[in-house]
Design a protein around this ligand. Structure first.
Ligand SMILES: Cc1ncc(COP(=O)(O)O)c(C=O)c1O
Length: 400
């Protein structure tokens, strides 16, 4: 039986050459590449200035600290009810109050929903482009500017895509990027890199001061090894990742799982630079895969593709399964049929608040393989396997 794995990164030989080069020079944690990457990104996002660190959500935390200093009387942060949990964590770490807003069917928040949530205590709005699907960021920028509220253009999942002639990430006061697995530029897993884009000169001085406080990067080689073994080479390493993890633990090499913020490592910055050189190619390949899924889904009504738009780039392809199917049960059934899928995030639920779309969509989202180079035939086969598994689950339920 053919196995279909998820994809975590689109790497070519040059990324591996960069790794080898850093190892041979003994420059794993420290070296010239973080500063080089910072300059390249600043150049790409001109007139914004870029600061790198080891996490995208660290960039959010830094931005919120900067905003809080400027408006200490405000404490509420608007964000979507469907979001990566680390964003929520950054808000709480700053002692601020998250105010979640329901999403539209494309999993993004709309200008109208944001404007309805504005209050006297609103400090900032965080607007992600969920899975790379562009939010209506230009209209949101105008809204925030008129209301005197800070805006974070959260481009964690999307690099190299423009809207209205401007790169995503460059709207509002600041933008953020992440280089962790399954994003556009990928340098590894857990703390492999992120960036803060300062889009307004007034925040520059604070950002520069805070960036200097970051401790140096530490123990990144074992995390990189874990990324290669457990994620990138999963197809070949299979269950051995589990045993390697045990061995690393026994040898006392395991890095702590708790989150620590630091500078980006030299080796991961070197990978990011190579990925960045191929950004157009990476974006094009993902857009091709998106289109192939759309074609493969034509003529059926069981699975829908809520974020699809002609020519859209998506970091992940998330499909919507029927309401009556449990995504966890489907995942197990698909695994038996040789297909790996991932589930969506949990919706952020607040008692007494109606986030109908987020709560309705979140349990029905499944992420399907988007492996660079995969053929249309393989994508058709994947869709067929999912549709068959759904039919079997529904039939077995009807028979009991
Ligand atoms: C929209 C969004 N923002 C921020 C982050 C945080 O990035 P990191 O994992 O690098 O902290 C993520 C991570 O998945 C994300 O999806």
């Amino acid at each position: 039986m053919k196995r279909y794995y998820l994809s975590y990164a689109d790497w070519s030989a040059t990324e591996f050459k960069a790794i080898l080069y850093c190892i041979l020079k003994g420059q794993i944690n420290y070296g010239p590449h973080p500063e080089l990457l910072r300059k390249k990104l600043s150049n790409y996002y001109t007139p914004s200035t870029v600061y790198t660190s080891n996490y995208g959500h660290h960039a959010i935390k830094t931005a919120l600290e900067i905003f809080r200093r400027q408006m200490p009387e405000r404490s509420e942060i608007i964000l979507p009810a469907y979001i990566c949990p680390s964003v929520l964590q950054s808000i709480k770490l700053c002692g601020l109050k998250p105010v979640c807003v329901d999403v539209e069917s494309d999993l993004n928040i709309s200008p109208a929903a944001i404007s309805n949530a504005f209050g006297v205590k609103t400090l900032a709005v965080i607007v992600p482009h969920m899975y790379g699907c562009p939010a209506k960021i230009k209209d949101i920028e105008i809204l925030c500017r008129e209301a005197g509220i800070f805006l974070i253009d959260d481009a964690a999942q999307v690099i190299g895509v423009s809207q209205d002639g401007r790169l995503l990430g460059s709207f509002g006061d600041v933008g953020i990027l992440s280089f962790a697995q399954s994003k556009t530029i990928v340098t590894g897993v857990r703390g492999s890199g992120g960036a803060l884009l300062i889009n307004k000169a007034r925040h520059h001085q604070d950002a520069s001061k805070l960036a200097k406080l970051l401790p140096p990067s530490n123990k990144r080689f074992t995390v990189l090894l874990e990324f290669l073994w457990s994620y990138l080479w999963e197809k070949y390493t299979k269950n051995s990742a589990y045993y390697l993890g045990r061995l690393v633990q026994l040898l006392g090499l395991k890095t702590r799982n708790s989150i620590t913020y630091s500078e980006m490592s030299n080796i991961e910055a070197a990978i990011a630079i190579e990925q960045f050189k191929r950004i157009d190619q990476i974006v094009l390949e993902k857009s091709r895969i998106v289109e192939a899924y759309k074609q493969a889904l034509n003529g059926q009504t069981t699975l829908s593709f809520p974020q699809y738009n002609l020519g859209v780039f998506l970091a992940r392809v998330m499909l919507l399964i029927p309401e009556e199917i449990n995504a966890g049960i489907l995942r197990k059934a698909l695994k038996k049929n040789g297909l790996d899928i991932r589930l969506g995030y949990d919706a952020y639920v607040i008692e007494g608040k109606n986030n109908k779309n987020a709560e309705g969509l979140a349990p029905r989202l499944i992420g399907v393989p988007c492996v660079p180079g995969m053929s249309n035939v393989e994508i058709n086969e994947i869709c067929k396997i999912i549709l068959q598994a759904i039919t079997v689950i529904l039939l077995s339920r009807n028979n009991t």
